[in-house]
Design a protein around this ligand. Structure first.
Ligand SMILES: Nc1nc2c(c(=O)[nH]1)N[C@H]1C(S)=C(S)[C@@H](COP(=O)(O)O)O[C@H]1N2
Ligand SMILES: [Mo]
Length: 418
């Protein structure tokens, strides 16, 4: 039976039953619905004039769709993180206004006039670019996810936070316009001994990271716009680095310098931080790529089911730093049986992919899971598979399968299946 026939079956059942997919109880009870029978204020008065809001914000009914913090996570708001409300978004693009932020020393205000980008080190011609210079280089457009390596880091020891905003929300996905870093490096002329770049930001932390030259010459972007407009201050205005598929820490904001070197710098951000502490006390380093991962965004703890049995839309996000998502499977019974979800819209490499699965919910509790498989054939691991290799000391690179316990009253809880 195809999904299509199943769906039509639901629709018929819904109409016959007079409930599931119709406009509500009043109609079912034969009572006139005043929203239909009476002229409403919005149909008899003028709305706002066109110039009421020169730059718009979401309508007030959507005021819950905002970034949130986990209070105990960091001591100071200038060295902190907040989380994208992925439970309340659809499609794949993250609006800048609610995309998670991670600052090591606060978000700085840097104007285009004051902006300078230096390329130095092992180059034929050390260069400094102004914003006006950058505007004259050929541009390209690319959609990419940015995921903090610490995304899911609080869940290593067990299910903890109630909502995918907190368990998987250190991620955003934007459409960037910018200059391939390759073009700027070619302008400076990389010497043959140059094998690494070191990128740093103009903020006090500088957040310096080393990147192998091969990656720098491949798909790294010097981004000037996101989602069709200038970068927001908190995402690195006026210029940030986009390092597709690689951990968010390398996506240097307020980019001020690209140094070319024969070796890696081994900065704080790539030694004491952003290395993966293993069970035996040694640390893995250079774990740059974000492996395939997925999460069901609805239903989820912050997005419970508010209707009875019958048609239920399950949806979520999948991504892989290695390329395209090939398939997403969904289980409703804690991983015993799996069904293939629909990949909705474009499937772009190293970008968020939306999946949907339309089911007929019998009103019983379910253990919901999603499992991403990318084009390399890599399968998203269970928490136990991941812990068997990585131990419990870890913070970074938790790409384990998430389980949501959907109860028969529609409420959802973060759990683990053992
Ligand atoms: N200059 C600078 N770049 C930075 C940081 C920073 O503190 N300063 N934080 C990094 C980290 S750890 C992450 S996860 C991403 C977050 O990008 P966002 O704030 O746009 O979400 O930016 C990275 N780039
Ligand atoms: Mo990060």
């Amino acid at each position: 039976m195809s999904d299509e026939t199943t769906r039509r079956g639901f629709l018929r059942a819904g109409i016959a039953g007079g409930a599931a997919l119709t406009a509500g109880a009043a109609a079912a009870a034969g009572v006139p619905d005043p929203l239909i029978t009476e002229v409403q204020p919005w149909a008899s008065e003028f709305g706002d004039p066109v110039d009421a809001v020169p730059y718009g914000m979401p309508i007030r009914f959507e005021s819950h769709v905002v970034r949130r913090n986990v209070d105990w996570l960091t001591e100071s708001p200038v060295s902190s993180i907040n989380f994208t409300p992925i439970h309340a978004l659809e499609g794949t693009i993250t609006p800048q206004g609610c995309a998670f932020e991670r600052h090591h020393s606060g978000a700085i205000e840097l104007s285009k006039t004051d902006y300078r980008l230096m390329i130095n080190g092992l180059v034929d011609r050390p260069l400094v670019f102004t914003w006006a210079d950058l505007e004259r280089f050929p541009r390209t457009v690319m959609t990419a996810f940015c995921e903090c390596a610490a995304n899911g880091g609080m869940e290593w020891g067990g299910a903890q936070l109630e909502g995918c905003q907190f368990t998987q929300g250190m991620i955003h996905n934007m459409e960037y316009t910018g200059i391939p870093l390759r073009l700027l490096l070619q302008e400076a002329g990389v010497k043959p001994e140059g094998k690494w770049i070191y990128v740093e930001g103009a903020d006090a932390s500088s957040n310096g990271r080393s990147i192998p030259l091969d990656k720098a010459m491949d798909d790294v972007l010097v981004a000037m716009f996101a989602n069709g407009e200038a970068l927001r201050k908190e995402h690195g205005y006026p210029v940030r680095l986009v390092v597709p598929g690689w951990e968010g820490n390398m996506w240097v904001k307020w980019l001020r310098r690209v140094g070319v070197y024969h070796t890696a710098v081994e900065s704080r951000e790539e030694t004491s931080k952003y290395t993966d502490l293993m069970a035996d006390g040694t640390a893995r380093k250079w774990t740059w790529v974000m492996d395939a991962k997925s999460v069901i965004t609805a239903p989820s703890p912050q997005n419970p089911v508010r209707h009875g049995p019958g048609p239920l839309v399950i949806t979520g996000l999948a991504w892989s730093g290695h390329g395209r998502i090939a398939r997403v499977d969904v289980s409703t019974d804690g991983g015993m049986n799996w069904r293939t979800a629909r990949l909705s819209g474009d499937v772009k490499p190293k970008a968020l992919t939306r999946f949907h699965l339309d089911i007929d919910w019998d009103g019983q509790e379910m253990l919901l899971m999603s499992r991403a498989i990318d084009e390399t054939g890599y399968v998203q691991p269970t928490k136990d598979q991941l812990r068997a290799i990585r131990g419990l000391n870890n913070v970074y690179h938790n790409n384990a399968i998430q389980t949501w316990w959907l109860k028969s009253d529609g409420e959802v809880e973060n759990v683990e299946v053992v």
